[in-house]
Ligand binder design. Structure first.
Ligand code: ADP
Ligand code: MG
Length: 273
């Protein structure tokens, strides 16, 4: 409905909006409150294409809220986020200066894959059907083509022998690999992982990390919230340490993980190791 009416907010962003500076994702001065609780208190972050960013930090520091903001699941209270040069929301002093039309948000959300701690697969669908569902629904890909691609993606995550089984017949690690294949099915520009291994039995963690490592090597832009410190050191080119809604420090793993310059980072790393 109303599809012939241009969105009031569509068009040119305000002249003072910060320009994208080579980042696939640009986050500028982002603040987010839930009522009186400010959970993001001024976040600046640039994610170049092909980069792998690990976000570390204690529980409640705002990591999930930040990922959800990038994926349009949470509107920011203040600041700007752009994805691939498109500003998805921009507020200053509480005023909305620019916002994408709802339809554009949906389109852009398909360009951002997200993998959660809980895999959330459709219980009544096979692995292939789970992976093929979004391209069929969101992009209108014909069933046969979507399922053929689903089989390729499941092979990519090492599940070529589990194509036609239901989630309950899969281990947690296998279910999470189906969820990764499902996120890849929309050919996202960036893949966001929110503690992808936290719900897994310890012996199943590595098979999921191995898939993420492969994606990183293949040049996929990744943002990974994780408590797996050695994995973060291994796979990330940038490590971001968050605490209480701010980025305390960010830099290469050799700096942030091996030689943290802030006491809060040191304390956190000692606790999770
Ligand atoms: P993390 O992922 O680092 O553990 P979150 O981003 O989930 O942190 O949460 C940060 C803070 O925001 C927490 O205090 C949490 O309780 C609060 N919070 C998150 N989502 C909501 C919400 N929808 N409503 C109110 N408070 C929320
Ligand atoms: Mg979280």
């Amino acid at each position: 409905a109303g599809s012939l009416t241009p969105a009031p907010s569509a068009g040119t962003p305000p002249a003072d909006a910060p320009a994208a500076r080579g980042g696939l994702i640009e986050i500028r001065g982002v603040r987010k409150s839930f009522g009186d609780l400010e959970v993001l208190r001024g976040i600046d972050l640039t994610l170049p294409p092909g980069s792998v960013t690990a976000i570390l930090g204690p529980s409640g520091s705002g990591k999930s809220t930040l990922l959800r903001s990038i994926n349009h699941l949470e509107p920011v209270t203040q600041g700007l986020i752009s994805v691939d040069g498109e500003i998805i929301g921009y507020r200053r002093d509480g005023d909305l200066l620019h916002e994408l039309h709802e339809k554009e948000v949906l389109r852009q959300r398909t360009a951002i894959g997200m993998v959660f701690q809980s895999f959330n697969l459709f219980a009544h669908m096979t692995a292939v059907q789970n992976v093929a569902e979004a391209p069929r629904r969101a992009l209108g890909v014909p069933k046969a083509a979507a399922e053929a691609r689903a089989r390729e993606l499941l092979a990519l995550v090492g599940l070529e022998d589990k194509l036609d089984v239901y989630p309950r017949q899969l281990s947690g690690g296998q279910q999470q690999r189906v969820a990764i294949a499902r996120a890849l099915a929309l050919e996202p520009k960036v893949l966001l992982f929110d503690e992808p291994t936290s719900a897994l039995d310890p012996e199943l963690v590595e098979e999921v990390l191995a898939v993420i490592r492969d994606l990183a090597r293949a040049g996929t832009t990744l943002v990974i919230v994780t408590h797996e410190i050695s994995f973060a050191r291994d796979v990330a080119d940038t490590v971001v340490f968050m605490d209480r809604g701010v980025i305390v420090e960010q830099g290469p793993p050799s700096q942030v993980i091996d030689h943290p310059s802030h006491e809060r980072t040191r304390t956190f790393l000692q606790r999770v190791r």
